[in-house]
Design a protein around this ligand. Structure first.
Ligand SMILES: Nc1ncnc2c1ncn2[C@@H]1O[C@H](COP(=O)(O)OP(=O)(O)O)[C@@H](O)[C@H]1O
Ligand SMILES: [Mg+2]
Length: 317
């Protein structure tokens, strides 16, 4: 089995002909947690939706190679089957994934059946084991509950435990802790980590919360206006950010000591990435005249780090 579970190459996608993510390339090793950060509207959710071939997305170009097979080259039915076997998704609001008024038990069984993984004799024990791992004792009783009756944090853990039961190797999380109270956020984040540590589950977690990425990520991808502008080992990227946008994003996080964030004026353009020119140039403290004519390209900035720009004189690299 190859060490690489997912390889995305030059992916461009959007809605009704409007491009929302462009030229995205990265690879993901088995067992790795990649966090995608960036302000609202930068294309993080669109990228995840593209990876699961959500019907609202139009794929414009690129390859999505999962377990060695290019999903974009498969007929839609086979592509859906393969991506369902390997990839699971946890949303910001688990209510969107579960029916609020049907018991978890019924919904878990239905999901397992659709994956050909339901075994009536062992279901309750396996489900209780998965819930126990997430520190939810008395799982059998919990399964009888309906989502509307449980808190957001509990619902999110039920969604994670379903992914465990389905045995999906790659979990995609779209702001999975954002709707939760601060204390519960940390607990759920710990559970994502546990899922990797104990079950080896690879993850792509989208978050606008740099502190969460610091806690969770092995690698971080920074998105700006539909492009991946920096990608690298989490520690290196957070301690030595290269791209002016990454620097602003990190500076905008309030410190624990109560320091005030520097903030980031303005907002990303919502028109989608242009063919030429850095999208960040209007907000960039290092912008130079030639930034409007540059072609996007991620270049190596360190052993495992890449950036589309390093700021400084004349910007670019
Ligand atoms: N369903 C949709 N239809 C049309 N445009 C959309 C839709 N969802 C998002 N977009 C647009 O795609 C761009 C990226 O959005 P999104 O992926 O949701 O960003 P993020 O998750 O980083 O906040 C934005 O310009 C947004 O307006
Ligand atoms: Mg989003």
């Amino acid at each position: 089995m190859s060490d690489t579970i997912l390889s995305v190459s030059r992916l461009s996608a959007g809605y009704n002909g409007h491009i929302a993510v462009a030229d995205v390339s990265f690879t993901l090793r088995r067992g790795e947690i990649l966090c995608l950060v960036g302000e609202s509207g930068c294309g993080k959710s669109t990228l995840l939706k593209t990876l699961i071939f959500s019907p609202e997305i139009t794929l414009q170009a690129g390859e999505i190679i999962l377990d060695g097979i290019d999903l974009t080259a498969l007929p839609p039915k086979e592509r859906a089957r393969r991506s369902r076997i390997t990839m699971g998704m946890v949303l910001q609001n688990p209510g969107a994934a579960f029916n609020p008024i049907r018991s978890y038990r019924a919904q878990f069984i239905e999901a397992l059946k659709s994956h050909g993984k339901y075994n009536a004799a062992s279901f309750e024990r396996q489900a209780a084991d998965a819930l126990e791992k997430l520190e939810l004792p008395d799982g059998v009783k919990l399964l009888r509950e309906c989502p509307y009756a449980l808190s957001g944090g509990m619902n999110q853990r039920m969604a994670i435990s379903l992914a465990m039961l389905l045995g999906q190797d790659l979990l995609l999380g779209d702001e999975p802790t954002s709707a939760l109270d601060a204390t519960i956020q940390l607990q759920v984040a710990k559970e994502f980590k546990k899922l990797r540590d104990e079950n080896g589950i690879t993850q792509i977690i989208v978050t606008h919360n740099v502190a969460l990425a610091r806690f969770l990520a092995d690698r971080i991808g920074v998105m700006y206006a539909g492009r991946l502008v920096e990608l690298g080992d989490a520690t290196e990227l957070l301690n030595h950010p290269k791209h002016p946008y990454t620097k602003s994003l990190i500076a905008a996080v309030p410190t624990l000591e109560g320091g005030m964030p520097e903030g980031l004026a303005g907002q990303p353009a919502l028109t989608g990435p242009a063919e030429l020119g850095c999208e960040f140039r209007d907000r960039c403290p290092c912008a130079a005249e030639n930034c409007g004519g540059r072609r996007y390209e991620l270049r190596r900035t360190g052993e495992n780090c890449f950036a589309a720009c390093c700021g400084g004189e004349g910007a670019a690299m």
